[in-house]
Design a protein around this ligand. Structure first.
Ligand SMILES: *Cc1c(COP(=O)(O)O)cnc(C)c1O
Length: 435
């Protein structure tokens, strides 16, 4: 029929182009230019987005390694594919380090993302239609905890709790009332815009009363937990999930941690084959690398500084007349209400981006405005602290934010702020030797 597959080819024909195993990014100028543009953005702008951080060269190299070639399915030492000796070593290392760091008995390091970690746990431990009691996204919860727009939102009956109107914090009485009425099979704590310590023991007592599992998603505070700067959920939660690229400062992906062996089969099967196929082994190597780094004393010092810097930033912003939701923060992140400036989050975020300050717009609790044009901004000290900014830098950052938010249409002032930002960044360079 003349299809190409029928043509005979000469033995040992050169089917891989010259330089295939040698030429790097510069052999693809279009792609290289987009990546180097992003490198410059990261170098010259101040990253205040809470879901980001800046990984080490070690993590970059691990993630960019030849492990990208290897396909494995199943758990280490029990694979469905051969040739897995070193794959097992890599994943075994990540698991051993996570167990040691978080002092827990069982870990699955395979989730491709935080959302997959949660979906896999739901699939493993719940039945279709079971009720989940999780935090409302509008109050700071995460969409992967059953938001109606997600697959998990369709598979389970989601009931949500919020925060108290007065304290803007989780109100255990509200959670208990909802739990008693709705009888959830799982209670979830840990969100994406909640800045305060959570009473895990109190939540566990509620879960026990109604016969529910307690799942804590520590994506935004895992690094703080590892170093003792935030309450440890592991003694209280049946299962803990996390991302590995926010406060843990590592490869993009997720993890699941637990202590009761009775869950192991169901959780592991929930991840694979439940919600995923083969392992992103290069990502697992990036997780092993960051978990190794997290055991060093520098990582504890880093987390101490994350808290100091965030509290400094929150206080300095409050001094300019902006309102910090809950009045402060116990983590690296904070929500800032913009009403005092007569601005919405979308306009504020755009002006700040032009000034070299990367932030994201965010709803605040009981926001009367929609998520596209909300009343707040979410900020974090995570990434700035990684590049070495201390409290004086974060005081300056607060001044710059104040200046831009008072003059969001003033191009020359925004340009001048961008220069100040670039000068601070130049004093704390990142990835200098990378092309
Ligand atoms: C970021 C985050 C996730 C989701 O992570 P992805 O890797 O984007 O899927 C899940 N839970 C919480 C609490 C998060 O903050």
């Amino acid at each position: 029929m003349g299809w190409k597959g029928q043509a005979t080819v000469e033995d040992e024909q050169n089917v891989t182009h010259k330089g295939y195993f040698a030429a790097g990014l510069d052999s693809d100028p279009e792609l290289a230019s987009a990546i180097s543009g992003e490198l410059r953005r990261q170098q010259d702008c101040i990253e205040l987005i809470a879901s980001e951080n800046i990984v080490s060269r070690l993590v970059l190299e691990a993630q960019g390694s030849i492990l990208a070639n290897k396909t494995v399915e199943g758990l280490p030492y029990a694979r469905y594919y051969g040739g897995a000796e070193f794959a097992d070593a890599v994943e075994g290392l990540a698991i051993a380090r996570a167990r040691k760091l978080f002092k827990c008995r069982f870990v699955n390091v395979q989730p491709h993302s935080g959302s997959n970690a949660n979906a896999g746990v739901f699939l493993g431990l719940l039945k279709l239609g079971d009720a989940i009691l999780s935090m409302n996204v509008a109050a700071g919860g995460h969409i992967s905890h059953g938001h109606p727009a997600t697959l998990t939102g369709r598979d389970y009956r989601i009931v949500s709790y919020g925060v108290s109107r007065e304290s803007e914090r989780i109100d255990l009485d509200e959670v208990r009332d909802l739990a008693r009425r709705e009888r959830p099979r799982m209670v979830i704590a840990g969100g994406s815009a909640y800045s305060r310590a959570i009473d895990f023991a109190g939540l566990r007592a509620i879960a026990d009363e109604v016969g529910a599992y307690l799942l804590v998603d520590m994506a935004h505070f895992a690094g703080l937990v590892a170093t003792g700067f935030y309450p440890d959920p592991l003694p209280h939660a049946h299962v803990v999930t996390t991302t590995t690229y926010k406060s843990l400062r590592g490869a993009r992906g997720g993890m699941v941690l637990w202590n009761d062996e009775a869950f192991s089969g169901r959780i592991n099967a929930g991840i694979f084959p439940g919600v995923q196929g083969s392992v992103l082994l290069h990502g697992v190597a990036g997780k092993a690398a960051c978990l190794g780094e997290a055991m060093r004393p520098e990582f504890a010092a880093y987390n101490r500084a994350v808290i100091d810097n965030a509290q400094t930033l929150a206080r300095a912003l409050a001094d300019t007349g902006l309102r910090i939701v809950t009045g402060g923060t116990d983590t690296g992140l904070m929500l800032v209400e913009l009403a005092a400036r007569g601005l919405t989050g979308d306009v504020a975020a755009k002006a700040l981006e032009l000034a070299g300050l990367a932030v994201n717009k965010n709803v605040i609790p009981f926001d009367a405005r929609p998520p596209e044009a909300p009343s707040g901004l979410r900020l974090s000290s995570n990434a700035g602290t990684t590049r070495g900014f201390g409290v004086s830098a974060f005081e300056m950052i607060a001044q710059w934010i104040d200046r831009v938010l008072k003059n969001p249409d003033n191009d020359s002032l925004i340009g001048a702020t961008r220069k100040d930002v670039a000068a601070l960044c130049a004093k704390h360079p990142i990835y200098q030797s990378r092309p």
